[in-house]
Design a protein around this ligand. Structure first.
Ligand code: C2E
Ligand code: CA
Ligand code: CA
Ligand code: CA
Length: 280
């Protein structure tokens, strides 16, 4: 019995070592990919239903590894956070988004805003005056009002005192702040009262069963009202079917995003998408 236990233990730790080795390799590969600018951005259109045009583009990170193929940001963003690479990656992606926006503006798409995801760790380690991000925008001579920073409510749970200052600094420079995945945390309604924000992105779990599910329908209706009454813009995410879009529009929601319109697009595909919908 003792010997068997010993062997089990040996197998277990060998497996763990394997996993640790894999993690270490992945971390090294990620560091490499960041320094070689191999992490790219895909852009998902966000439609303005009132004006009937694309209003914003959400920038979503993509990593294609020569051996492992496409790795989801759900996997590599946490890895980047745990290994202290997130800030370097985030700054490079912000610079990349700036170059892309410059190019879009030069092509005539000068009304588009770019919406950029920032993880809690990135936000909480930003200088309280927002300098590191604002400097990148200024270097590219872009108006801060073309940028939306998407943060999640988890930034409010860590007891940091500086986030109000950061939000104020970014907003007074002209940037917009969006609260992402709204409704999936715990203190949602409370921090809408406490923190000045421009935009609320309602998580797709709220629309999955729309319009069939009565309770979800009422909840969504209520959320849309609350956000609009507080004077904020609202984006509903994860629209996949016509009837979801129809319901959202009937409730007066201006902005929608989801596979019904488009998946996140690589640059060349974004170009054809924009040319098709908005010849300029
Ligand atoms: P998110 O910010 O909530 O982004 C929306 C996710 O939903 C994206 O997944 C997008 O591809 C997906 N999506 C969009 N429309 C639909 C739809 O109609 N149906 C369904 N089922 N899904 C839809 P993605 O690109 O895999 O990104 C996952 C998460 O990774 C993001 O969630 C965001 O939290 C994080 N992320 C992505 N890029 C970055 C980045 O550059 N920096 C940071 N810090 N986080 C990022
Ligand atoms: Ca987002
Ligand atoms: Ca989201
Ligand atoms: Ca998310």
């Amino acid at each position: 019995e003792a010997r068997r236990q010993q062997r089990d233990y040996f197998c277990f730790s060998a497996q763990m070592l394997d996993r640790i080795a894999h993690r270490e390799r992945m971390q090294k590969e990620l560091m490499d990919a960041i320094s070689k600018n191999e992490i790219e951005l895909a852009y998902q259109p966000i439609w303005d239903n009132r004006l009937g045009r694309v209003a914003k583009l959400e920038a979503l990170a993509r990593w294609t590894h020569r051996e492992w193929g496409v790795i989801s940001p759900v996997e590599f963003i946490p890895l980047a956070e745990q290994s202290g690479l997130i800030q370097a990656m985030g700054e490079k992606l912000l610079a990349r988004a700036c170059q892309d926006l410059k190019q879009l503006q030069a092509m005539g798409y000068d009304w588009l805003q770019i919406s950029i995801n920032r993880s809690t760790l990135e936000f909480n380690t930003l200088n309280p005056d927002g300098r590191d991000w604002l400097d990148v925008l200024h270097q590219h001579e872009l108006a801060p009002s073309s940028f939306i920073f998407e943060i999640t409510e988890s930034i409010f749970m860590e007891g940091h005192e500086d986030h109000l200052q950061r939000i104020r600094a970014l907003r007074s420079a002209g940037c917009l702040i969006a609260i992402d995945d709204f409704g999936t945390g715990f203190s949602a309604l409370n921090y809408l009262r406490l923190y000045p924000m421009d935009l609320v992105k309602i998580d797709r779990s709220f629309v999955q069963q729309i319009p069939g599910h009565t309770q979800d329908r009422l909840l969504l209706k209520g959320l849309i009202d609350i956000v609009h009454n507080l004077g904020m813009q609202l984006v509903v995410e994860g629209i996949e079917r016509e009837e979801q879009q129809a319901f959202i529009c009937s409730q007066g929601c201006a902005y929608t995003q989801g596979f019904l319109f488009s998946k996140p697009l690589a640059w060349a595909d974004l170009m054809s998408y924009l040319r098709h919908h908005h010849p300029v």
